[in-house]
Design a binder for this molecule. Sequence first.
Ligand SMILES: O=c1[nH]cnc2c1ncn2[C@@H]1O[C@H](CO)[C@@H](O)[C@H]1O
Length: 312
Amino acid sequence: MTPKKIIIDTDPGIDDAMAIFLALRSPEVEVIGLTTIYGNVYTTLATMNALHLLEVAGRTDIPVAEGSHVTITKGTKLRIADFVHGSDGLGNQNFPPPSGKAIKQSAASLHPGEVTVVALGPLTNLALAIELDPAFAKNVGQIVLLGGAFCVNGNVNPASEANVFGDPEAADIVFTSGADVVAVGINVTHQVVLTDADREKLANSNGKFAQYLCKIMGIYYSYHHDAYSTRGVYLHDPTTVLAAVNPSLMTYTEGVVRVQTVGITRGLTILYNKQKRFEEVTEWSDKPTVKVAVTVDAPAAVKLIMDRLMES
Ligand SMILES: O=c1[nH]cnc2c1ncn2[C@@H]1O[C@H](CO)[C@@H](O)[C@H]1O
């Protein structure tokens, strides 16, 4: 089988680093580029980190294109999750700057054709691509995105998940674009936990990626220990990569997703499950549907992620 070509849109980020390495170790996919976005860090640092991670992996053949520095509405008051990932995004390790440079092309102008885009940060670049080219939504292969909290609390506040909260207007554009979208929300990623014992196992393996990740993961663990009662960390981004690598690890439902953009529930994702025919026209009527992940085989997902990181 020829591997699925993917572009990873990313804001590295500790779980982004895991996700990128996992994708590089997965024969089912071929990573043909990384595009960057703010979220866990600002976009400039996301670009540096993406270049750095490819250098660590010995894959400087993969191009990095820098994405937007502002939201789709030109907002500059960005919410950066440095308290989750460290001020450098990679566990405050003071790595030397990368020697490589981003390519000249902007992230939004990369025309992926049949390519699958795996989006791990706020959805600004994809929304820009959709605005730039009305045919983009139909031409892009599939958009597998980490975003939303479907019927559960968010992780920024009770209403909103971090990536959607980062740019709710962009998320609403992507969800209603008509593209083949698979959304993996934190209702699913919160089931995929790397425990303290799993971390030991990674640390004791000879895997190059496992070793590197254990070095940077301390702050991600201490943040989870403080913020949640779970004894371990959520594997948001690697789980989303798995939805591209092995979609059968999850089950999905299909419906129209809209994003709240105002008020105290800004960033809330609401899926219309089509179980009622409403009398009135609603903001969900006549909008294209997307697939939303509902369940995950969590033990199989954790095992696959760990095996591939330890093999490296
Ligand atoms: O509490 C949090 N605030 C902000 N971002 C978070 C938090 N926890 C995890 N993430 C980051 O947001 C994405 C999933 O929503 C993941 O990329 C994760 O690294």
